[in-house]
Design a protein around this ligand. Sequence first.
Ligand code: GAP
Length: 539
Amino acid sequence: MLYGAFGKPAPAPGPPRPLTRPVAGGLLPHFMSAAPASPAVSMDAIVALAKRRGFIFQSSEIYGGLNGFFDYGPLGVELKKNIRDCWWADMVRRRDDVVGVETSIIMHPKVWEASGHVAGFTDPLVDCKVSKQRYRADQLFFSPVIVEGAVIGYVSALESERTTEDLQAAAETLKRKKAVQGKLEPVAPRDFTEAKPEEVPLVPSPATGEAGSLTPPRAFNMMFETYVGALRDASAVAYLRPETAQGMFVDFRNVVDTGRVKLPFGIAQIGKSFRNEITPRNFIFRSREFEQMEMEYFIHPDADWLACHEEWLRWCQDWLQSIGLPATHLSLHEHPKEKLAFYSRRTVDIMFRYPFGVQELWGIAARSDYDLKQHQQHSGVPQVYFDEATKQKVVPHVIEPAVGVDRILLAVLCAGYAEEDVTDDKGNVEKRTVLRLSPRIAPVKVAVLPLLKNKEALVARARELHAKLKRNYAVFYDEGGAIGRRYRRQDEIGTPWCVTIDFETIEKDGTFTLRERDSMQQRRITEAELFQLLAEQVY
Ligand code: GAP
């Protein structure tokens, strides 16, 4: 097969017209078995590799860093760009029903009033008055400690994979400390948004372990404010966008009027978003400046929105696998009705198994006609689509797949990272660190290595091949050190193939040694075959 399903042109649509244009279904063939990350993979190892090999740095590091902000280094920026490019190619260019836009980061402040963000884009904030630490109330868990039916105190713990175990251990410690006899009941964790007013002063702060310093939760708006123009008063307040989505809604009429689009159709955008997160954490997973890839898929109000939602859910899962995320690391989380965001009829998150737990990667929301209706009301400009079939003006409904580029990047690093024992030809066992990145997104596709750097003919041929390859691909030329060491350097940054120019190349048949990253197997390959391999795998 030449291309994975996402590389193929979509089949021509035929009646009955589906809600979304057909995309080849099923799971995608993968070039390499993206092996599940070893269970031992730790965030420390990922962060260390990211820094060591120039993927990701702390922002403003020489000034001590700025919490929640990150910089992408030479390899990180390539990896990120490849993720964006794959998404754009599959979501926009290879489909007939999705167009792209790039809207401004600072929009008219009324956009955010209409969308509900000014009033409702809040997280529940809790302060510890003693330590000055701040917590998100929904990430701070507590429980009464009950012995023989009597409450002897409260324990608290921050959300983690082991919240219940941590609370139970703390409860046992408290019982011991207070020298209370009798049977300890299992803890009953609740998050701090559910604390009754009389419980608030009794819950210990996770920072100090002492009760009495936590404030009741209060709504904290996460939008960053700024001023537009020379005045610094309330009339000049504007916001850095907390999502790219509103750009697509606000430009809906512009696209309909100019884009020759017909329902159902989507408007997609990739761009930076900003949220003043109370607790940025887990490296780039939750940061204050991040990048989103969002698509608003507009459907007729009478269309089967649930079927459309399901279809996009499947598409997103398939796409994640097409860039190498193993299905074993993915799962779905259906938001319970009572916890849905204010705009949502149904939201399902695609979850990823990160080293710090199973967390949201991609949200697929059915937003009904909420946004267009809100903008219609607040702007006074009709946000309608003229339906040729019924000769009626309708306000379309929306299905929205919204994902963060940084979260995908972290997921591919975590899923691809492995430390392995490998045995060389002489039977020596050594460690190798390998990043199993799909060739679609790997920052370097091929490394070109002359076997010896002091043999002019080898070097000349290697440089010639390097120059040819780099017209189309990110390639790396490396002549320093033993060949095995050069392979290891490429393994660690996820380069799928190394090509060695050796004596057979220049003295015999012109073929190179192709060494595959995952299997570490080597075979002879011609230049034409190398280009064919790249054309098949890098799309
Ligand atoms: N327009 C809908 C929307 O923005 P969301 O669930 O708030 O929905 C969509 O965000 C995606 O953006 C998330 O699934 C996640 O991948 C990414 N994201 C959200 N907040 C983020 C943060 N603070 N840091 C990194 N990525 C974030």
